[in-house]
Design a protein around this ligand. Structure first.
Ligand code: HEC
Length: 120
């Protein structure tokens, strides 16, 4: 009996915090449409995900590795966007990335910034 009465008031606020965090997360996504899920959607739309995964190297380096290499001011979104557009070779391994010229500049910029921010 005692455990039940002490347990439920402890669990309820936690569930509430979790759902609040979700609501806030969704709200933030809507406020900055170029970030978060919007950019993951772009990566899916342009088939970047065929060669890139969040945390594992597949054909190309993971989003995480790209963020680690260029984030924190080590690279700019403009540089990265140019590299995606023109294609890249010899920086990560023997496999080159073909030019992604089909992606509009605004979307390239959004993808590059998303990667610099750690692909969150
Ligand atoms: C056909 C497979 C393939 C596709 C599709 C692909 N990539 Fe790549 N990507 C690679 C490979 C391989 C590398 C490593 C190239 C190298 O070593 O320089 C790479 C490297 C990168 C880099 C690092 C470039 C640098 O200058 O270091 C970024 C950023 C990147 N890709 C983003 C993207 C985005 C965004 C898309 C979708 C628009 C995309 N890639 C689509 C295979 C791919």
């Amino acid at each position: 009996m005692k455990t039940e009465t002490t347990d439920s008031p402890r669990n309820q606020p936690r569930a509430l915090v979790a759902s609040l965090a979700m609501v806030l997360g969704l709200g933030a996504g809507a406020m900055w449409p170029l970030h978060a899920s919007a950019s993951l959607a772009l990566a899916q739309k342009y088939s970047c995900v065929a060669c890139h995964q969040p945390a594992t190297k597949v054909v190309g380096p993971s989003w995480k590795d790209i963020g680690a290499k260029y984030g924190d001011g080590k690279g700019t979104a403009a540089q990265l966007a140019a590299s995606i557009k023109a294609g890249s070779s010899g920086k990560w391994g023997p496999m080159p990335m073909p030019p992604q010229a089909q992606v509009p500049d605004a979307d390239l910029q959004a993808l590059a910034q998303w990667l610099l921010d750690g692909a969150k």
